[in-house]
Design a protein around this ligand. Sequence first.
Ligand code: ZN
Ligand code: ZN
Length: 371
Amino acid sequence: MNYQERLQGVRRILAERGLQGCIVSSPENIRYLSGFSAGADGWLFVDNDVCAVLTDGRYWAQVAQQCPQAELIEYRSHADGCWAKCLAAWLKKRAWQGKLGFESCIVYDVYASMAENLADMQGLVSLGSDLDGLRLLKSAEEIDLIRKAAEIADLGWREAVKTMRVGMTENAFCAALEYHMKLAGASKTSFDTIVASGPNGAYPHAGVTERPFAEGELITVDFGAVYQGYCSDITRTVWLGTLDEKSQNILRVVRKAHDTALEAVRPGYRGFEVDKIARDIITEAGFGEAFSHSLGHGVGLAVHEAPGLRKESQTLLQAGMLVTIEPGIYLPGVGGCRIEDLTALTETGREVLSRSPYQELGQIHPAEAFD
Ligand code: ZN
Ligand code: ZN
């Protein structure tokens, strides 16, 4: 990864904002800018000359291995007090002076501690989420890692779906899916897997319960794998046995909305325009109110990141961005369905990274989709 080039991006933002340095606190941005994978337990200081990782003794060897290009600020909680005090002492030793930017994702206690310990600086200025924008366009190397994360999810699904049967609980299926993703190389899941069967499918972000699968109901499974820090995200809606007409109908509508938007998405569209393509199809079918979330989101080191494909998104899509296309219909008390694919935008259109086949209506077992 070209960390120097990425740091130049930070330095451009600092110059635009009239800042001399900044503190990076989002784990994804810390990893993106330094390679340090335990960002939740560390901080990054960046100015025009250095990129320094501040973390405690549990991670010093890891920093040396993952970020040889970065400086290490050794933090000892027993001796240094809070981390901001440690950073202040390090800056003082270098006679550093200037205005410091910080990311707005921090909690108030952290801000209070920064304000108290870094009071000698010429000011603390919020960068909002400006640094996240650096991650919007992915390099070929990043897309390779996300492609691999998508492949791992596909492999896990292929194996897990063979075990799906009436009477199996959502929990048990979730365990099988996560087990097979780990066997295929996932370091962890991108988010808490969703297995929503029957009426639970009415909740777009249902978790996993002990409910056993029944015949003829929709089962929505939303899952993803992390590979070398990069996430994938995919949803399949499947069933065991025969579906009733109502379920078949919403599935057909969602499938049409999904396929149409996926075939259309390409550089040149704005986020809201792609959302509208899918939303119009669902609305025309009479289910507009039941599609209660946006069409899609970017994916990278975070599973939800820019660009958003939603009503208010003006973001111009470009080659190198990744987006999900995930329309759904949710009917309280009845159930729901969603189909989601992950796609990388290319100069000429798109490359769909999630490859798991869909269960066609009439098939009796979801595993047969792979035949
Ligand atoms: Zn998803
Ligand atoms: Zn998603």
